[in-house]
Design a protein around this ligand. Sequence first.
Ligand code: ASP
Length: 431
Amino acid sequence: MIVCKFGGSSLADEGQIGKVKKIIESNADRKLIVVSAPGKRSSDDIKITDLLYACARTAADGGSIQKVFNRIRERYLGISGSLAGELDEIEHNIAAGYGADYAASRGEYLSAKMLSVYFNAGFIDAAEVIRLTADGRVDPRSYELVKERTAGDGRYIIPGFYGTDPSGAVRTFSRGGSDITGAIAARAVHADLYENWTDVPGLLMADPRIFDNPPVVREITYREIRELACAGANVFHEEAIAPVKDAGIPINIRSTNDPEQKGTLITSSRSAADVPVAGISGKKGYTAVRLEKFMLNRYDSFHSGVLKTLHGMNVEPGFILYGNDSVVFLIEAEKLKEIPDFRDKLLSCPGAPDRVDLEPGIAVIGIVGEGMRAEYSNAGTITAAVFSRLHEHRINPRYTSFGGSDSMLLIGLQEPDFSKALEAVYSVLKK
Ligand code: ASP
């Protein structure tokens, strides 16, 4: 059994929908389909979800949504005439103030309704089977509900991106959240594979906005994906990893526009012998917060006191680097801007540091791969090559961490060095 999720670009117009139909029908195991709302048809087009959010905002401000909603109406009716009644009702509800979550969810709802006819599949409303807890997490009851409803023969289609909260109200996931619905569905039916169909050939080794044609990563582990995301890569929706990771279901990211390609397979383990590094990512905008305390590890309250204080200010450190008498937290600078007297608050926290220094303008680069673990026995071959290349470019890393995570070498540097450093690292690793 294969669960397939198709993203908005795969469903943007009739031509794309035709490709999706072919993909589904070419394999009888593709029995459970999760769909997004129609995406952009060209680079200057607007996604249906964005139009729906705009309607919800206008309605909340007391304006008329008619003009924007007509654009939505035209797009759906251009593909299927059978939705006219539903569209009228949805326009009415959004205008009546049903709110942003309801409005945004209708993109996926209408998409699935329309495609259930086209793909000859049974429609299941996500509102009936995807349950969310009060704090927006997946309620495990969803797994049973999806399993029950998809028990029959034939094909089923579920709209992505939304479910219902304990009060029965429609709630959406964060943007791109249809990936999460796909993962829930895959786990619910114990799928052999979760195929995530999109408009890119797979995950790329580095950011394609920075580098020309980075190679597609053929195989990557859940752990590597998580590390890449932490160091700034915009990869697979993080929350969509959890349901399938626990169940050991592989995810295959593939392109609707090039279905012959194998894409990227995300699995629980891979052999790192041939490809030690899966990818690199990087991010600017950190402040290094350095705390000093003489013999800090003697104080059992130091770490807990500092972390509690940070969490109390709603600050989650991106990276933590420990020394004997000091600890450095790399924290997103944007977060710190919102906190008055941040330094003073840390100085007087229960951990009682002797000194607190802030160094803004820090960037991080993460070199991620299951093969990093073997670096100790390989005399740090990759690490040595990376540092010597940085040295050739006169770039001095400010922070490094190697070992805390088994599969990532973290390099922190000053922001003006970031682009040059990223290029230097990439030039070592792309071979
Ligand atoms: N349509 C929603 C979005 O644009 C959800 C998704 O596509 O996954 O974010």
